[in-house]
Design a protein around this ligand. Sequence first.
Ligand code: UT7
Length: 323
Amino acid sequence: MIAGIGAAVPAGIMTNADFERTLDTSDQWIVERTGIRERHIAGPTETLLSFTLVAARLAMERAGVTAADLDGIVFATVTPDRRLPSAACDLQAQLGATRAWAFDVVAACPGWLFGLSIAEGLMRAGLGDTILVIGAEKLSSITDYEDRSTAILFGDGAGAAILTRAKGDGRGMLASYMGSDGTLAPLLYIPGAGSAEPLTDQVLRDKKHLVKMAGREVFKAAVLAMSRATDEAIGRAGLPPEAIDLLIPHQANLRIIEATAKHAGISMDKVMVNLDRYGNTSSASIPLALQQAEAEGRLKPGMVAMLVSFGAGFTWASVVVRW
Ligand code: UT7
């Protein structure tokens, strides 16, 4: 079960008006086509770990656990502070979680849901009782701020959860599902700066180290993937759609969220939306929304939440949880 959740974002905010000053775009276009109004962006001295640490400590505090209690750390991110070692190992060191194993998960936006399912599986395999699952991104580090079709979408943020064994009171993860389709990779990817084409001046000049996206195609694939993931989650949990108290979808585009809710037969008053304030924060998106839902009293113990996400890969995932 999720025993505690925490979230943190860098203090700096970029509004749609800020983009109006540098790009051929408008607040009206961005709000109508995406639902986003502002996003948090890390300052020059803020690292991914700096705000992830805040989220992790909040989750631990909420769960009443200390670093010494952690058996493992699963860190979902596509924007680690450096390539080697993992962000999870850096976090383990900063927390002083000396007993914990630690590794990263690269599954893009649904990475945190992949992480939850992996952690639950490891728990079942006897590899831990208390696992910290992080979803955190500094997407500003891979965003092309001269490309209006992607620049306006992304934000930075971190979410964290402490996963512990269910207590047999019905609360906990009821179902999970993960899927991937690597044939869709060219729709949303970073072409260079990996081992196939290591970082050079030319790669930098060609901006091959930054995200490229075919927005319209991703949009269509996303609606299909999200719909499939909600069907699977509902089926696997053995629950009718009306049993879902709150849908917490990946916060990429309000129109994708609305299409997903409609497909699942869930009315928008039961859908958590906070992309207006954070934009798309990839793997941090769901834990940021989950934390806010709990803080606002929209998610109370015993309620059923369906978490669903999709992203680059393509990857998609869903988890049904009794809070
Ligand atoms: O988390 C991972 C996944 N990523 C996503 O979920 C993103 C999925 N895709 C989307 O959310 C949408 O496709 C976008 C928001 C990226 C784009 O919205 P759209 O309604 O699909 O627009 P479009 O790409 O079809 O472009 C329509 C027009 C184009 O102009 P022309 O060719 O019709 O003259 C674009 O150049 O809108 C133009 N455009 C913009 N105009 C003003 C694209 N970006 C902007 C912009 N401001 N920022």
